[in-house]
Ligand binder design. Structure first.
Ligand SMILES: [Ca+2]
Length: 328
């Protein structure tokens, strides 16, 4: 048994790779909202802007700000079909709604009716609605023609990371808020809609009245994947953003450039086989450590990390890897 395995077996510090597959092609769209509606996935799904402006109040780069009156965005048809494959939609959202009433609501992402068969109705993929129990706003999805209601209150002027996953085979839906599971169900909907309709952001369907559905606040770093992201993968997207998440997947899916060990004094150490940048984030996405190593002086001592789960992003000249790091 080599030293690393021995030390890991002590349970003082463990690390596992978050990725086992190349996921580059799984990204159906990625809108950073950094000044335009360009799609940074390989799918070329650039959208159109009808009113919203770009803001420096953002999670990554710029965000896009909706006035709550008549601002919206559109994306092309034939991008997304929730009946075809499992999916994950993720986005950062910040509400500007200061007074919550029983009619408070804003739409984040809406699917229009299918362009090939308008009898097939698109659904509201993500929105925030009034929760009568808490008398507060909470995030929801209506994929599957039934509301899945979250419980985390949506407060004014606070960024929330929203991730919604769906699986058309098991008819399972999950909603994560800030990386934590907020709501889920399974097999309670008949089917997921086979719609390939265009996507509309920040309001109800273009063919319907948008009254009461206008987005009032900010959106940032929106992406759709054609698989169900794990909780750990969602935490990594929160921490580093979709771009670096996808880059890390694309360039290297192996943890071979990094190992994690304990140096004998219960101080966690990341040992690297080459020079690299190491950034470590806590579960809320806050960077808690950053260093550049120079081989062969390749050990990073993590003196000040409290017990808990972290994400380490390690970039070298030739590769990139993300690790889940558990400090006990
Ligand atoms: Ca952005």
């Amino acid at each position: 048994m080599n030293k690393n395995i021995l030390l890991l077996s002590l349970g003082l510090l463990t690390a596992t790779s978050l990725f086992s597959q190349n996921l580059k092609d799984s990204l159906l769209f990625h809108y950073p909202f950094d000044g335009d509606m360009n799609d940074m996935s390989t799918k070329g799904n650039a959208g159109l802007v009808f009113g919203p402006t770009f803001s420096d109040d953002a999670k990554f780069g710029k965000s896009i700000l909706f006035d709550g009156i008549d601002d919206y965005l559109t994306s092309p048809a034939n991008v997304f079909d929730c009946s075809a494959k499992p999916f994950t939609f993720c986005i950062w959202v910040k509400s500007n709604i200061s007074t919550i009433t029983s009619t408070s609501r804003f739409n984040v992402l809406q699917q229009e009716d299918d362009p090939n068969n308008t009898a097939i109705k698109g659904r509201t993929i993500a929105y925030a609605g009034y929760d009568a129990t808490s008398t507060l706003l909470a995030f929801r999805t209506f994929v599957g023609n039934k509301a899945l209601n979250g419980i985390v209150p949506v407060s004014e002027s606070t960024w929330y990371h929203v991730a919604i996953t769906g699986n058309p085979v098991t008819k399972t839906r999950k909603m994560y808020i800030n990386g934590q599971l907020d709501a889920s169900d399974s097999a309670i909907v008949t089917s997921f809609e086979a719609s390939k309709g265009a996507l509309t952001w920040g309001r109800a369907k273009l063919t319907a009245s948008a009254t009461g559905t206008w987005m009032n606040g900010y959106l940032d770093d929106a992406a759709m994947f054609n698989f169900e992201l794990s909780k750990d993968q969602i935490a990594l997207i929160m921490a580093v953003g979709v771009k670096d998440f996808a880059t890390g997947i694309k360039s290297n899916t192996s943890a071979s450039t990094a190992s994690v060990l304990n140096n004998g004094s219960r101080t966690p150490v990341i040992a690297l086989s080459r020079a690299a940048n190491v950034d470590i984030f806590d579960i809320t996405g806050k960077m808690v450590f950053s260093a550049i190593t120079t081989y062969p002086n390749d050990k990073i001592t993590l003196n000040n990390l409290q017990s808990g789960q972290y994400i380490a992003r390690i970039n070298s000249a030739s590769s990139s890897v993300a690790l889940k790091v558990l400090v006990k």
